[in-house]
Write a protein that binds this ligand. Structure first.
Ligand SMILES: Cc1ncc(COP(=O)(O)O)c(C=O)c1O
Length: 390
């Protein structure tokens, strides 16, 4: 057996990435220097968005989006239960009320029909929702056209948590993320498509929103004369909001610039791996491969394979242990957020609230997908996944 370890995701760092970071280390600016703007400009061009704010991580990006959109106490904000905690926690950072809408059983993104039902039920109680944070889970874009139609009809804000879907297309459009949503956020964590270690970015076409985000990511401070009460000289600045230090560094930005150049080839490799897995598992009774909507190209941050554990002799825990013995470290994405103790306790969610998500959680296994995997790795992984599914 080979002695490599296979986790569900992993970065690809090459010599030119290392050189780019070292160059910054030898320069005058480790942070707040020219590389940050250069990274933002490169992202703006790649994702066809007018404004970009690079930030410390994807979670910080979501926090800033909520602040800039003016989320407040008692605002109702909806997301999907099959997501990373950050998509929901950003609602709590702003003291708003989180709620969920179940996922679509085929595509695992928010079910737009159930969303409209939920909005109508809130309207029946005399309430409207403030925003929806829709997650392009695993790398598959949501039904953005329908989401935009609902947002216009019921007047709510639309956020794209795009952390899984860098490089996906929707109706052949690479820049779909901010075409439909008011703002989108990206993450450059090492398991994602491109990495800066920790890092993220907020994309928007709304100038006012962008200005707020840029101010809030650096302590709520401005040097803009139009916003200041007075100007006492070149040193002078004013703090006009309560902000944070959510900045990214120049070393990270240099890495990001270099990684972004490779995004297309990374995505190509991820799609090839997904195709390989599709071929291996599509005819296997015990497995359900992820379905891809006709009008999208999936970015495969994850390959969420469903395994019908309920039909197997081995249970999920034993299966994970068996695969670990073969150096294959599986993961589950995600434990439905509404079932986390904090959300149960503070918001009274319970088992059975979102049955499609809960059933998906029982079966979902994220299997290794990242550009460094070679054919022989894929064979080792697929062979063992099949072997133990008895
Ligand atoms: C859907 C989603 N949203 C937000 C985040 C937060 O990103 P970060 O880890 O960069 O804070 C993640 C990270 O895994 C994520 O998967």
């Amino acid at each position: 057996m080979n002695n490599k370890f296979y986790s569900y995701g992993k970065q690809t760092i090459e010599q030119d990435d290392i050189d780019a970071v070292v160059e910054v280390l030898k320069s005058d600016w480790l942070t707040q220097g020219p590389k940050v703007l250069e990274f933002e400009n490169a992202l703006s061009e790649k994702f066809k968005t007018k404004y970009v704010s690079a930030v410390a991580n994807g979670t910080a990006g979501l926090h800033l989006i909520g602040l800039a959109l003016g989320w407040q106490k008692n605002d109702i904000i909806i997301t999907s239960p099959i997501t990373f905690l950050a998509s929901t926690n950003c609602i709590l950072y702003n003291n708003a009320i989180p709620d969920f809408v179940d996922i679509d059983k085929d595509y695992y993104t928010i079910d737009v029909n159930k969303l409209e039902e939920k909005i109508k039920s809130y309207l029946g109680q005399g309430k409207n929702i403030k925003a929806v944070v829709a997650v392009d889970y695993a790398g598959q874009p949501c039904d953005w056209k329908s989401l935009r139609t609902l947002a216009d009809k019921y007047e709510f804000q639309l956020v794209n948590d795009n952390c899984h879907a860098l490089g996906a297309t929707y109706n052949n459009d690479f820049g779909y993320a901010v075409k439909f949503a008011d703002a989108a956020n990206l993450s450059f964590h090492p398991v994602k498509h491109i990495t800066t270690g920790e890092g993220g970015a907020v994309l928007t076409n709304n100038e006012e929103l962008d200005k707020k985000i840029k101010m809030l990511r650096t302590h709520g401070v401005t040097k803009d004369e139009k916003l200041m009460e007075k100007n006492e000289g070149p040193w002078y600045y004013e703090m006009i909001e309560i902000g944070f230090n959510y900045r990214i560094t120049d070393m990270q930005s240099a890495l990001g610039i270099n990684q972004l150049k490779k995004l297309d080839s990374f995505i190509k490799k991820r799609r090839e791996i997904a195709k390989h897995y599709d071929n291996v598992f599509s005819n296997e009774e015990k497995f359900i491969i992820p379905e891809v909507n006709d009008n999208v190209e999936h970015a495969y941050h994850l390959y969420p394979l469903q395994i019908k554990f309920e039909e197997l002799e081995i249970n999920r825990k034993e299966y994970f242990e068996k695969l670990k013995e073969k150096n294959i470290l599986l993961q589950v994405h995600y434990i439905p957020v509404h079932l986390q103790p904090f959300y149960r306790k503070h918001f009274r969610f319970k088992e059975g609230d979102f049955p499609v998500a809960e059933k998906f959680y029982q079966r979902e296994v994220s299997i290794p997908i990242y550009p460094l995997l070679e054919d022989k790795d894929l064979e080792h992984i697929a062979e063992n996944l099949k072997k133990f599914a008895k």
